[in-house]
Design a protein around this ligand. Sequence first.
Ligand code: CTP
Ligand code: CA
Length: 222
Amino acid sequence: LEAFFQPKLLAGRRVLLTAGPTFERIDAVRGITNSSSGKMGFAVARAAWEAGADVTLIAGETAQPTPPDCRRIDVRSAQDMLAAVERELDGTDIFIAVAAVADYYVLNQSEHKIKKDAHILTLELAPNPDILASVACRDNPPFCVGFAAESENLLEYADAKRRRKQLPLLVANLVQQAMGADDNEVILLDDAGEHRLPRGPKLAVARQLVAHLAGLYAQCGP
Ligand code: CTP
Ligand code: CA
């Protein structure tokens, strides 16, 4: 019922999100991934829907239920996620990257299950494309929102990330606080400075984030 009373700040807007972890294959049964429950990304998708947006959610492997009326596209690797984002980007007003994207993929992956032996196994890791940076640096990009998960020097690292990726808005959180938890506490960084949101359930934090981004979007949007 609370959803019904949320102001429709994003009515008629198309919002594209990434959420959850990506998974990078090592062989037929193994892989490397990031810790991410998908809770925060799914909460932001829900909050955007409550605000009246038309929502597409590109999700890595997660057990989260799809928020109402959201179009969900399931992906596995960072490269799949990038391909899905590129397919969906046309007509997107706001892009919100919440996914915990693996920074590397395995170069020497094996089609068949690697049999164990007593030797050291070396994985060669090559950098994955940065999905958010690639969207934000296009001509006429959508309004781009990033998340920064840091374990130390939160504001310094997050601010550097915002500038490097040219983002109007970045959400900074400490991994120790956010990971797997139902609550979160974040700091929003934009051109005007820092805005601390009160600690609360991820959906409550997501609603405040959506209200803030809708305000910024209204100032710079068409
Ligand atoms: N991101 C992305 N594609 C990647 C890596 C990150 O879209 N290959 C996005 C994340 O979804 C998040 C933001 O970029 O919105 C920051 O991710 P984060 O992992 O905190 O930063 P990185 O730039 O990857 O730097 P590092 O992991 O070294 O801190
Ligand atoms: Ca990263």
